[in-house]
Design a protein around this ligand. Structure first.
Ligand code: SF4
Ligand code: SF4
Length: 67
């Protein structure tokens, strides 16, 4: 069964910029004090750096199984 990674930014994101700075795959972008934006989660490698480094627990990487 194949898996797909889905990257979700939650409403409590404050736009600190950490996640789009640490992402090695260019999945994320944003503007400071805005909210992080997911450009293309098909590029995500599943390293979880964004999730682990967000001080607000405002981003999560969800593993979805595909039939
Ligand atoms: S690290 Fe967290 S709070 Fe900062 S921009 Fe990313 S999702 Fe938002
Ligand atoms: S899990 Fe890694 S590759 Fe995927 S969006 Fe987060 S930092 Fe980028």
């Amino acid at each position: 069964m194949a898996v797909r990674l889905r990257v979700e930014v939650l409403d409590n994101c404050v736009g600190c910029g950490i996640c789009w700075t640490v992402c090695p795959k260019g999945v994320l972008t944003g503007t400071l004090r805005g909210r992080a934006v997911v450009l293309n989660d098909e590029l995500c490698s599943g390293c979880f750096s964004c999730q682990e480094n967000c001080p607000y627990n405002a981003i999560r990487v969800v593993v979805k199984q595909q039939p």
